[in-house]
Design a protein around this ligand. Sequence first.
Ligand code: UDP
Ligand code: MG
Length: 313
Amino acid sequence: MDISIVIPLYNEDESLPELTAWIERVMNTHQFSYEIILIDDGSTDNSWNVIEQLRSKNSNIKAIKFQRNYGKSAALNEGFKAAQGEVVITMDADMQDSPDEIPELRKMIIEHNYDLVSGWKKKRFDNALTKNLPSKLFNAAARKMSGIQLNDFNCGLKAYKLKVVKCIEVYGEMHRYVPVLAKWAGFRKIGEKVVEHRARKYGVTKFGWDRFVNGFLDLLTIFFVGKFGKRPMHFFGLWGTVSFLFGLMIFTYLSISKFFLDKTGMTERPLFFFAILAMIMGTQLFLAGFIGELISRNSPERNNYLIEQKIGL
Ligand code: UDP
Ligand code: MG
């Protein structure tokens, strides 16, 4: 199969018929063999009925229905598990992404050997203040922390090699950082393509203000887990030791000063409290690292590595 199109949706019954018809049109023009995997993320509107009707007319349409709303990441993850096409495309159900981009995205994966190609909504049709500006800051932070030079991490329209989606797990609200997950899994050829973005035709956006808080925390998590997840002591142990030694040095200085030099009382000097604080914090950090290390030793994932090839085994 040439292409799997994975589409998470939450209350998008109005868009679905038009969207699937458009995809069908594009697929037929290019004679691709394809599947459309619709993941109904616990919709409370008519989406599932619409999907059943669409499926009765086109057997390339497949669907999964969640019992309740789990979020876009969960939906993508299930879609990725089910996908079979050589190239996997993800797109939003709200018709903000154009299916006309699919052939070009596929070409970049197949002919130019990209592992992942992310869409870039260079010209956006969203609210400038609540979406476009924060998203600029957001992308700058993500670029800095991940080292991946993408302008638009969160674009719903992306293309992957099948292997990539089988190697990564999207959970929580990590759908914003799939390129980072891919990079941690060892897929380094990540590209970008300017894509057409359109105004939402039906329905309303499903993400509110909390997207920024959550998005930022997720960025920290992903960075931290990727870098120190398998060796927490290297982070906490280092800073714990630094902090403890720093406190100890100040303490030594205060002691020498009290007993041999000016003989002022230790507790009268603000530095004393600083020294204590640094030593306590150092011990805490060290302990956190040690406990983290014990936990990761017991984790069933501790020796899971993604193996690309083997010879003679
Ligand atoms: N979505 C989903 N589960 C959710 C929230 C959103 O499957 O809990 C889907 C939604 O139906 C759409 C896509 O994720 O297909 C992107 O959502 P939306 O268009 O609301 O985000 P925006 O474009 O405003 O960033
Ligand atoms: Mg949208």
